[in-house]
Structure formats: structure tokens, C-alpha cells
Design a binder for this molecule. Structure first.
Ligand SMILES: CSC[C@H](NC(=O)[C@H](Cc1ccccc1)OC(=O)N1CCC(N)CC1)C(=O)N[C@@H](CC1CCCCC1)[C@@H](O)COc1ccncc1
Length: 329
């Protein structure tokens, strides 16, 4: 068995990617953000304060004949961008891309932080990280993919995120036609709950890859490519107008600049992110100053190959073989 779901950028900056998920009987369809950087499936619900839920699609377990309360279970999660949510837990049928998991832990939010209240484009997250990262207590729950893996044709999923166009999350199969290059595989380290891996080197503007390895995570839930300061500086030294903007908390530059590409080595392949994928968006509507897709990871403490990097590749999240595959798109 397999599943295939379309995913769409939320806005002109590709800030996040939205995928429709069906929960319950009859199906309640919610727009959710798939996040390989976390391991909880949580949703805005009938239990979310009305003031917080305003403008959001919500899940009502009382309207689902297959919903069951997981009594005594609660959850609480805090993300890298300081956003947070918490609540209680139900189990229900969850269908993604035509594949159904009958008894999936659906974490219902009784509290959500301001960022989530304001982001009415999504009604929650589907964590696609490793089960060890699940935040339900007293008994941690499995992710949707972990529950699905044993019934899928192959215990893997792929992410094909695209700039300003529809992409896909495929479960149980690899559609190699989505990629131009060969898929290079490298071991994935799931010990922290994320999809950790080591890139073997990098280069700016099509130069030869150096051999400076970069350890980081493949994270669909993070917008940017976040790397160490020395690499960020090496890149922006090629961008005449680049400067750090305190209010934007990142490097900005003239939108008219012709940005160099950025490449990294992984699994014997080279993934090249084109300059235009690294020019994220004007800092404000109509501004001629643009915000960079490559920013420093120094205040996070983890290097993150977020959507800016993932958009350049077809990425295989292979749980069965504990490995990540990358192919140029
Ligand atoms: C590098 S952790 C920062 C990161 N959150 C972002 O990337 C947000 C995403 C967003 C949120 C709301 C609207 C638009 C975009 O976007 C920005 O932060 N930005 C985009 C816009 C730009 N102008 C400023 C920077 C983050 O916590 N992700 C987590 C998932 C995320 C949580 C918030 C809701 C959306 C999903 C998660 O994967 C983090 O996992 C790890 C982080 C650190 N160690 C290991 C794992």
C-alpha cells in the first residue's frame, strides 16, 4: 500500500507547506503542516479556546463516531521558534494521501501560543520525526508514519517541496521521475527524534565542494537553511549589498542582486540550491530589500536544512534503513 498527498506553499515566501489531512468519521479535513523536526500530530479542536481558534478549521472529536479519549494522557510542546501548544489526547482514524491509520493519537489543543493563533493557514502539525521525540505523557504515542510504516509497501516517505508550486509527500514509494539526479543515501541519526545527517562539504557559486562536513537535520517544518556563521559569511561575502538587519534578525540585501548558488555534498551527490531559491522575499510588501534564505544557526545550536534546501531536492526519509536520500531536482 502507498499514499500520496499534495502540499502547497502557504504564501509568497514559501514560509510553510500545507497538506490536507482527514480525521475521524465522517471525515473532518484540516490543513496541517508536516514537520520532520517534531513527532506529535496535534490540531486546533473544539477544546481550543474560541478566541484562539477563531479563523481556524477545527477537529471535533464529539462529531466523530470513531474518536476515543485517551484518558489520563496530556501533551505539551515547545518549538525552536519559541511557539508552543498543549492539551489532551484522542485516538481516531487519520487519512493522509489516501492511506488510513485506524488508531492514530490525535493531540487536541487546549492551549496554543500567539504564533499559532495568528497563523490561520494551518490547524496544527503532523510530526514526521522519530517516535522518541513524542511529547505525550504518561505514555508517548507513535507518529502517523510510524503507525503506517509496517503496512506501507516500503517503510519510507519522500518530500518534494517546490517554490511557489504544488509539491508532494509520498508514502511507501519513491517516484524517481520527480528528480533529475541520482539519489545519494547517507545514514540518518534519529536518536534526538529528528532526521540527523552529515553533509560532506559545501561550495558557493558552483565552485568545487570543500571537505568541511556539516552535521544537521532535514527539517520540513523550518523555513530557512540555517548553517554555521563561517559558512554564512563565506556565502554573503559574494553579495555586495548584504548586511545584518537587527530588526529582521537576519542578513538582508538588495532584491536586485544576482545571488550565487549554494551547494552541499551528501551521499556522494552534490545538491545545488540556485540563487533565486536563496532570495526568500522582500522584508515588507513592495520593499526593494530582500531577506536571505540562508541564515545563521548559531542561536539555535543545530544546523537545519529547512525548506530552502529541501526545495532543491527530492528527499527520501527511509525509516526502514535509517537513512536519508537526496537527489537534485
Ligand atoms: C529552526 S527552529 C524555527 C522553526 N520555525 C520556523 O522555521 C518558522 C516556521 C513558520 C511558522 C509560522 C509561520 C510561518 C513559518 O519560520 C521562521 O522561523 N521563519 C520564517 C519567516 C522568516 N521571516 C523568519 C524565520 C521551528 O521551530 N520549526 C519547528 C516546526 C514549526 C513550529 C512552528 C509552526 C510551524 C512548524 C520544528 O521543525 C523545529 O525543529 C527543530 C528545531 C530545532 N532543533 C531541532 C528540531
Amino acid at each position: 500500500q502507498t499514499g500520496s498527498a499534495n502540499t502547497n506553499p502557504s504564501d509568497s515566501a514559501d514560509d510553510e507547506y500545507i497538506t490536507s489531512v482527514s480525521i475521524g468519521t465522517p471525515a473532518q479535513v484540516l490543513p496541517l503542516d508536516f514537520d520532520t523536526g517534531s513527532s506529535d500530530l496535534w490540531v486546533f479542536s473544539s477544546e481550543t479556546p474560541k478566541s484562539s481558534a477563531s479563523g481556524h478549521v477545527t477537529y471535533s472529536p464529539s462529531k466523530s463516531s470513531t474518536a476515543k479519549k485517551l484518558s489520563g494522557s496530556t501533551w505539551s510542546i515547545k518549538y525552536g521558534d519559541k511557539s508552543s501548544s498543549s492539551g489532551d489526547v484522542y485516538t481516531d482514524v487519520v487519512t493522509i494521501g489516501g492511506f488510513s491509520v485506524k488508531t492514530q493519537a490525535v493531540e487536541s489543543a487546549t492551549k496554543v501560543s500567539t504564533q499559532f493563533v495568528q497563523d490561520t493557514l494551518i490547524s496544527g502539525l503532523v510530526g514526521l520525526g522519530f517516535d522518541i521525540g513524542n511529547q505525550v505523557s504518561p505514555r508517548p504515542q507513535k507518529t502517523w508514519f510510524s503507525n503506517a510504516a509496517s503496512s506501507l509497501a516500503e517503510p519510507l516517505f519522500t518530500a518534494d517541496l517546490r517554490h511557489q508550486e504544488t509539491g508532494s509527500y509520498n508514502f511507501g514509494f519513491i517516484d524517481t521521475s520527480l528528480a533529475k539526479g541520482t539519489i545519494g543515501y547517507t545514514p540518518a541519526d534519529g536518536s534526538e527524534g529528528y532526521w540527523g545527517f552529515t553533509a560532506t562539504g559545501y561550495s558557493v557559486g558552483g565552485a568545487k565542494l570543500n571537505r568541511n562536513s556539516i552535521t544537521g537535520i532535514a527539517d520540513t517544518g523550518t523555513t530557512l537553511l540555517l548553517l554555521p556563521d563561517n559558512i554564512v559569511d563565506a556565502y554573503y561575502n559574494n553579495v555586495e549589498s548584504a548586511e545584518y538587519d537587527d530588526s529582521q534578525e537576519g542578513v538582508v540585501f538588495d532584491c536586485s542582486e544576482d545571488l550565487p548558488s549554494f551547494s552541499f555534498g551528501v551521499g556522494g551527490q552534490t545538491i545545488t540550491i540556485s540563487g533565486d531559491l536563496l532570495n526568500l522575499t522582500p522584508i515588507e510588501e513592495g520593499s526593494s530589500t530582500c531577506f536571505g534564505g540562508l541564515q545563521s544557526s548559531s542561536d539555535i545550536g543545530t544546523n537545519i536544512f529547512g525548506d530552502v534546501a529541501l526545495k532543491a531536492a527530492l528527499v527520501v526519509f527511509d525509516l526502514g534503513n535509517e537513512r536519508l536520500g537526496w537527489a537534485q531536482k
